[in-house]
Design a protein around this ligand. Structure first.
Ligand code: SF4
Length: 163
């Protein structure tokens, strides 16, 4: 029997309580429907880089060319910590041969679209895109659109190792 396709995913979409407020953003469609056909590799960049749960909410500041990840009230800059951790985690993801990644939208770490100045990408999502240029990526919001979903599914099968 064929091995299941492997996809990276923002862990909070699988119902893990990793958000800054200790909650999750379980997406039933992804977990229960798509989940029957894929093997997930959950990643929570903010928790895994050591920021803890709960933690102060963060946002992106600076310019699109030089984005910084900073806590909202205390203004602590976690950009370097996140980039250092990302480099290690992306090396691990490379070995896992993922065929795509589904990100949580609207997050300063995981968001794919319009997170910063209506066009920026979250800091971890950007590192994934830069490292794996051909990897199909989407967010849970856009995957609610049928055309977007079909295109993403077609692309992940094309990206599957030995496809
Ligand atoms: S959006 Fe990303 S960083 Fe935020 S809780 Fe979900 S997985 Fe973690």
């Amino acid at each position: 029997m064929d091995k299941k396709i492997k996809l990276g995913i923002s862990s909070c979409l699988l119902g893990e309580n990793v958000r800054y407020d200790g909650g999750h953003k379980l997406d039933h469609y992804l977990k229960d429907t798509i989940g029957k056909f894929v093997e997930w590799t959950g990643v929570c960049p903010e928790t895994e880089c050591g920021l803890g749960i709960p933690r102060e909410a963060m946002h992106l500041v600076g310019t699109v060319e030089s984005i910084r990840l900073v806590t909202r009230n205390s203004k602590i800059d976690h950009t370097d910590r996140m980039l250092k951790w990302s480099e290690k985690r992306l090396n691990e993801l490379k070995k896992e041969n993922i065929s795509g990644f589904i990100f949580k939208n609207n997050s300063p770490s995981c968001g794919l679209h319009k997170v910063f100045h209506k066009k920026g990408t979250g800091i971890f999502a950007m590192e994934v895109i830069k490292r794996f240029r051909a990897l199909p990526v989407e967010d849970e919001e856009r995957l609610r659109d049928e055309n977007c979903k079909k295109k993403f599914i077609k692309n992940i099968f094309a990206c599957k190792p030995n496809a």
